[in-house]
Design a protein around this ligand. Structure first.
Ligand SMILES: [Ca+2]
Ligand SMILES: [Ca+2]
Ligand SMILES: [Ca+2]
Length: 449
């Protein structure tokens, strides 16, 4: 069924009219004995075209769509001469604007939507939408609207899986105008809250009605660091398979910049472990600047050690640095760039910058710059050990290809060395892609330039 706007409700501006419009329409269905139809909104927007895509204006709309069961809705399309801008979520130079991040927060919501009660449902004022994701053990609330001042986000029935202590990250996305690029959301505050009678109250200072804010809730229960295999603590001298990083919470045993598990192999937390070409089978990939992993190690004897790190470096700036109990023990360790051949590993050879003291310690591997795969790090006494050789693969295989958002974009047939040019020739845009061999023998990441 399609209702002409003039039939019952003319085009209306703002989000405050949605509750009554939906109720009136549902009453009509009842009156004429119709089964409830899904409601689609063709275009939603502020009445000011310059506010298209503005996060603070869009939040109250989305909140009401969720609350009142709107099946789908399309953002306005004022600027038809600039197509492909996602309703002004991108600037006219195709850079991300503030609205892009707010819609990404919405798109990242998974699990089920939670009920949100705003101060006034029939207004464009402060409103919000929220989701609870049991699988990822997280919940989030996005708020804003045409008000400023402190908003108390009162959350009841905090799910038990979040525990009695929760981490609360409050983030803000700014917005000046639809052509102003925004580099990223900012962190406003990060605190641990104690859940009392299933409730917490988070104050959020809304500084600007055009901004949007996200309250992101995760479990505050900290799992302490412990060896991955307590029966076989890794030793120096010896080989550290980097995928065998310690057990423990994020920020304790590891730090990974995105919560996705990109490789979906071997480990189940946010660290991106991939199946690799080696008999050992695994490497840590999708490594970004500042990420780190920790290892409980036993240093057998005090000595300076030779280091052999098996790496696939995505560019000439990227590498790893090693620390023992947070003291640096190496310079930057890197190899020649891999020319986007992510199964082509090289071994970097160097030595520790100081003698490692005997005994139990924590080894930390830190990522410097972005995009490197790491298979393993050997610590060997001088004059011993065998050199690893570069692995090449010439067999033609079928690879399924995903883009950075995890969307399948087709498949290619190629040798591993030929993948970058095969991707380019298949017409894919610049960007980061994940590939998996159809025979499940390999998973790798490739940058198309
Ligand atoms: Ca990750
Ligand atoms: Ca990562
Ligand atoms: Ca490995």
């Amino acid at each position: 069924m399609f209702l002409e706007p003039s039939f019952e409700h003319p085009n209306q501006w703002g989000s405050g009219g949605i509750p009554d419009a939906v109720a009136n329409y549902r009453a009509l269905e009842k009156k004429y004995n119709l089964n409830p139809r899904p409601i689609t909104i063709n275009e939603y927007s502020s009445d000011k075209h310059e506010l298209e895509g503005c996060p603070g204006v869009s939040v109250p709309f989305i909140a009401k769509f969720e609350r009142h069961g709107i099946e789908s809705a399309v953002i306005s399309w004022w600027f038809v001469s600039l197509p492909g801008r996602l309703g002004s979520l991108l600037t006219s130079d195709n850079e991300k604007g503030g609205g892009w991040y707010m819609y990404k927060w919405y798109g990242d919501m998974d699990g089920y939507m939670a009920n949100v009660t705003p101060p006034n449902d029939k207004s464009d004022g402060i409103d919000g939408f929220a989701a609870v994701n049991k699988k990822a053990k997280e919940a989030s609330v996005v708020i804003d609207g045409n008000n400023t001042g402190t908003v108390h986000v009162n959350i009841s029935n905090v799910p038990e899986f979040l525990g009695s202590q929760v981490n609360i990250l409050v983030e803000r996305v700014t917005w000046e105008n639809k052509d102003k690029a925004v580099p990223a959301p900012n962190v406003v505050s990060e605190d641990v809250y104690t859940v009392t009678d299933g409730q917490i109250s988070v104050p959020v200072n809304v500084e600007n009605p055009y901004y949007a804010y996200r309250v992101y809730i995760t479990s505050g229960v900290v799992i302490p660091q412990s060896p991955f295999d307590p029966d076989h603590v890794m030793t120096i001298p010896g080989t550290i398979e980097v995928e065998n990083y310690d057990l423990g919470s994020a920020g304790v045993a590891y730090s990974d910049k995105d919560k996705e598990n990109r490789g979906e192999a071997y480990r189940e937390d946010a660290v991106d472990v991939y199946t690799s070409d080696e008999a050992d089978g695994y490497a840590v990939g999708y490594c970004q600047e500042g990420e780190w992993l920790k290892y409980t190690v036993e240093v057998k004897e005090e000595a300076i050690y030779n280091i052999k790190a098996r790496l696939s470096c995505g560019n000439e700036n990227v590498g790893i640095k090693l620390y023992l109990d947070d003291e640096p023990i190496s310079d930057l360790i890197q190899t020649a760039p891999n020319d986007n051949e992510w199964t082509s590993y090289l071994v970097a050879e160097t030595k520790t910058t100081k003698a490692l003291p005997k005994g139990a310690h924590t080894l930390k591997m830190e990522i410097v710059d972005s995009w490197i795969n790491i298979d393993r790090i050997e610590f060997v006494a001088e004059g011993s050990g065998t050199s690893l050789t570069e692995i090449e693969a010439d067999e033609v295989k079928i690879f399924t290809v995903w883009d950075i958002s995890g969307r399948s974009v087709g498949s290619i047939e190629s040798t591993e060395k030929g993948i970058p040019s095969a991707l380019k020739n298949s017409g894919l845009k610049q960007g980061f892609y994940l590939l998996k061999a159809a025979d499940n023998s390999k998973s790798l990441s490739v940058v198309v330039e």
